[in-house]
Design a protein around this ligand. Structure first.
Ligand code: FES
Ligand code: FES
Length: 176
């Protein structure tokens, strides 16, 4: 198993929020163990972005209300901005980067591109990760189930219609 240890970088940054009262943690992200120093209540989002260089999850509201930071933990979509890193040490974390690649995108990623289901794109991480958790639990959701699953993910650009169509396309239903 590959281990990424970025703790030295952190120690060398005296201004880092994570430097304060930090301790060693290891979490498993996209099948890889990530080792880092952080205070136990550090938001998972900060660790993923700052220590893991995983920039799929976005900082939107920072309050658990917009969904831009969504990742999957042990099969459930969670808001990484309000999840203390100490709460996920035993859970398998999947981020957008764990789904597919540019050369071989996940069906949801491909469907979002095919439907042009974004304007600025800031919400797309949360939309795709929430949809992924939905499809893992229910591979053939109907339109109302998709809308219900995504109802707490905000899109300030108003791309909801295309986003729902993209999720339908990924299920093999709908799409144009
Ligand atoms: S940034 Fe986490 S829910 Fe808005
Ligand atoms: S595409 Fe801009 S926030 Fe959704």
């Amino acid at each position: 198993m590959m281990i990424i240890d970025r703790s030295r970088l952190q120690r060398d940054d005296p201004g880092s929020y994570l430097h304060f009262m930090s301790e060693q943690h290891r979490i498993r992200v996209n099948g890889v163990e990530l080792a880092f120093d952080a205070a136990p209540n550090t938001p998972l989002l900060y660790v993923l972005r700052n220590d893991g260089a995983l920039n799929g999850p976005k900082f939107g509201c920072g309050l658990g209300q917009c969904g831009a930071c969504t990742v999957i933990a042990s099969g459930s979509a969670i808001r990484s901005c309000i999840t203390p890193v100490a709460d996920v040490v035993d859970r398998d974390i999947v981020t957008l980067e764990g789904l597919g690649t540019v050369q071989s995108p996940h069906p949801l990623q491909k469907a979002f591109m095919d439907e042009q289901a974004a304007q600025c794109g800031y919400c797309v991480n949360g939309m795709i990760m929430t949809a992924k958790a939905l499809l893992d639990a229910n591979p053939k959701p109907d339109e109302s189930e998709i809308k219900r699953a995504l109802s707490n993910n905000l899109c300030r650009c108003g791309s909801h219609v295309r986003i729902v169509r993209a999720v339908q396309r990924a299920t093999g239903h709908g799409g144009q």
